[in-house]
Design a protein around this ligand. Structure first.
Ligand SMILES: [Mg+2]
Length: 361
C-alpha cells in the first residue's frame, strides 16, 4: 500500500490498493432460438467478473464464441490467472499496465480478457465518479442508433419478428441470411418494414460469385450494407466481392484484432469490431482509429451478451458510424441493466451513473 502521506493525489483516486476479484458463470436463455447461417443458439453462457477495491465494484462479462475458440469453460480456465494479474498491478487506473500483464498471461482468449478489462474500466470510472465515455474522453453528444437483429427463420416468421421490432420502435434492422432462399426472406422482411434502415449479415455463407449476385438484389431492397458475405479464411474472396458489390461491404469475422485492419482495408468499406473479438473497450478504440486511418467506416457489434458487457460497448458510440448492440435484447431476462436504448437510440447524456452503468436488475 502507498502511504497516503506520500500520495500526489489528494483524492486517493490513483495508486495501488488491495483488490478482490471473483467470477461467476451465468446461463442466459434466449427469448426465442436465434439462428444464423452457422447454426441455432438457445442459450448464451456468459461469465460475469467483479473487481472490488473496498468501496466500488467494477463489473464486466465474457460472452465467449466457439467460432473464435472460446467457451465458458475456457474463460473460467484462464480467469484465475488474469484476475491474479489485475490484483498484482493493484492500481485500478493503471489500465495500460493491466493490459500488458493480461497479454503476458495468455496470448489470445479475447472474451476472457474483455470481461476483465470491462470490469477494470468500470472500476476506474467509478473511482473517478464519471461515466466510462468520460474516462475515455469521448464526446457524449455524438450519437448513433443501434440495429435490432432478426435471425433466420421461415419468411413468414421473419416478417412477424420484423413487425414486432418496428412496433417496438426500432428503425434500424439487421437480418441474418445464408439460407437456400435468401431473397424470399429478405423480401418478407422488407415488406414488413418498408421504412427501416435495413442491413444484412450472411455470416460467411456465400461464395464470392454468389455474394456479388446477391448484393445486386440486396441493392434493389435498399439494403444499407452487407456484412461478411464470404468466409473469413478467403481474404481474396472478400476483396472480389468488395470490388464488384452493389452495396457496401462490412467485415466482421474477417476483422478480429488490430492486425486485421490493414489486411481488410482494401477489401471492405466497414470494420465491424466486437469487444469479445478484440479483448476490451480500449482495444476496440485502437481498432476504430486504425480503421479510420485506413479509410474504413466503423461499426461496433456484440455477441449475445448480458448488459454487464454490452453497457461498456454503448459508451463507445461516439466513435461509431454504425452500432449493432442488441445482444441483451435477445435474452429472455438479463441479470444486469445497462444503458437504456429506446428503439435502439443511444443517448449518453442520459447516463446518470459512473462506470459503464451496468447494475444488477
Ligand atoms: Mg456479423
Amino acid at each position: 500500500m502507498t502511504d497516503p502521506a506520500d500520495s500526489t493525489d489528494p483524492g486517493g483516486a490513483t495508486g495501488t490498493t488491495s483488490l478482490t476479484t471473483e467470477f461467476e458463470r451465468v446461463e442466459l436463455p434466449l427469448k426465442t432460438p436465434f439462428t444464423i447461417s452457422r447454426g441455432t443458439q438457445h442459450t448464451a453462457d456468459n461469465v460475469v467478473v467483479r473487481i472490488e477495491d473496498g468501496e466500488h465494484v467494477g463489473v464486466g462479462a465474457a460472452a465467449p464464441s466457439r467460432h473464435y475458440g472460446e467457451t465458458a469453460a475456457t474463460v473460467e480456465a484462464v480467469l484465475p490467472d488474469l484476475l491474479a494479474a489485475v490484483e498484482a498491478v493493484g492500481d485500478p487506473l493503471a489500465l495500460d499496465a493491466v493490459d500488458a500483464r493480461l497479454d503476458r498471461v495468455v496470448e489470445r482468449n479475447p472474451a476472457a480478457k474483455a470481461a476483465v478489462r470491462i470490469a477494470c474500466c468500470d472500476l476506474a470510472a467509478k473511482r473517478l465518479d464519471v461515466p466510462l465515455y468520460r474516462l475515455l474522453g469521448l464526446d457524449g453528444s455524438r450519437t448513433v442508433t443501434s440495429s435490432f437483429t432478426v435471425g433466420i427463420d421461415d419468411p413468414e416468421r421473419m416478417a412477424e419478428k420484423t413487425r414486432d421490432a418496428v412496433d417496438a420502435g426500432y428503425s434500424v434492422l439487421k437480418t441474418k441470411l445464408g439460407t437456400d432462399d435468401d431473397e424470399a426472406r429478405l423480401a418478407a422482411v422488407r415488406e414488413a418494414a418498408p421504412d427501416a434502415r435495413l442491413r444484412v449479415d450472411a455470416n460467411e455463407a456465400w461464395t464470392p460469385r454468389e455474394a456479388v449476385r446477391n448484393c445486386a438484389w440486396l441493392a434493389e431492397y435498399d439494403v444499407e450494407f452487407c456484412e461478411q458475405p464470404v468466409p473469413a479464411d478467403h481474404p481474396e474472396g472478400l476483396r472480389y466481392v468488395y470490388e464488384r458489390s452493389a452495396v457496401p461491404i462490412a467485415a466482421d469475422e474477417s476483422c478480429v484484432t488490430l492486425a486485421d485492419v490493414p489486411r481488410i482495408a482494401d477489401a471492405c468499406d466497414i470494420a465491424n469490431v466486437k469487444l469479445m473479438k478484440c479483448g476490451g473497450p480500449r482495444q476496440a478504440v485502437e481498432l476504430f482509429h486504425a480503421a479510420r486511418a485506413h479509410g474504413l467506416e466503423t461499426m461496433l457489434g456484440c455477441m449475445i451478451e448480458t448488459n454487464a458487457a454490452i453497457a461498456a460497448s454503448v459508451h463507445l458510440a461516439p466513435l461509431l458510424d454504425y452500432a449493432d448492440l442488441d445482444g441483451s435484447l435477445l435474452l429472455d431476462s438479463d441479470p444486469y441493466d445497462g444503458v437504456p436504448m429506446p428503439g435502439g437510440d443511444i443517448d449518453l447524456s442520459t447516463v446518470d451513473r459512473p462506470g459503464t452503468g451496468a447494475r444488477r436488475s
